[in-house]
Design a protein around this ligand. Structure first.
Ligand SMILES: Cc1cc2nc3c(=O)[nH]c(=O)nc-3n(C[C@H](O)[C@H](O)[C@H](O)COP(=O)(O)O)c2cc1C
Length: 213
């Protein structure tokens, strides 16, 4: 009899919160993500490096220091990555863009399934668009996306998300990311093209991999 294992997720999910705020809607969304992953017994590694990753220094991409090395290793070790990023001034939070720029040359995001979400006033359409575009550029597969507008109206006084529809949307988003880890790379490429198109990002705007930096 065949024995089914959880080896499709055995390396777990790496989660990145793009907000460094004390009370953060994106962190609150990630709490629901973590809870959902725990229910499925999927291991989680949560990023702790974003606030200490230095501005990209192109001369140091091969000797980047501990924070970048840890960030890269956690991407490499994960079956999937989930990024929750705020939208600032009509674009992706700079800290997230900067961290992802450190991975361009090292290639850990290549063919990696990535789920992207943005919680914030508008639901972060521009943050998701730029995030998808920069991920596609690195050859990542953008397999699920979610915007959470007006998060304060969906949260309690502590900032925890309490709105049932929002919690359900986050759970469906997590399920989509996990399902994508089981797809063949060619099927994931197709899915990624479709998901990216929903946020206005296109593979036709990306460079071929590998990218010279
Ligand atoms: C500097 C700054 C710029 C912002 N720009 C936008 C924006 O362009 N679009 C938007 O929907 N919200 C914008 N906001 C509001 C954020 O969506 C909101 O503060 C959100 O809760 C941030 O995420 P966090 O709670 O996880 O820190 C901005 C907030 C800050 C602090």
């Amino acid at each position: 009899m065949a024995v089914h294992t959880r080896d499709d997720h055995h390396r777990g999910v790496f989660t990145v919160c793009g907000s460094l705020g004390e009370i953060s809607a994106n962190r609150a969304a990630l709490h629901v993500v973590h809870h959902t992953l725990a229910e499925s017994a999927v291991p989680v590694v949560d990023d702790a490096t974003l606030g200490v990753i230095p501005p990209l220094q192109p001369d140091l991409v091969d000797t980047p220091g501990d924070a970048v090395a840890t960030f890269r290793r956690h991407i490499a070790d994960a079956s999937a990555v989930i990024i929750a990023a705020p939208e600032y001034a009509g674009s992706l939070a700079g800290s997230v863009k900067n961290a992802l720029d450190w991975v361009v040359g090292s290639g850990e995001l290549y063919e990696k399934p990535v789920g992207i979400l943005s919680a914030g006033t508008s639901g972060g359409p521009f943050a998701r668009q730029v995030l998808a575009q920069t991920l596609l550029w690195q050859g990542a597969h953008v397999v699920a996306q979610l915007g959470i507008p007006a998060p304060r109206t969906k949260s309690d006084a502590s900032g925890a998300i309490t709105d049932a529809a929002t919690i359900e949307a986050i759970r469906a988003f997590v399920a989509a990311v996990l399902a994508a880890t089981r797809l063949e790379p060619s099927a994931r490429t197709l899915l990624s093209t479709q998901v990216a198109a929903t946020v206005g990002a296109s593979r036709s705007l990306t460079a071929p991999y590998p990218i010279e930096v």
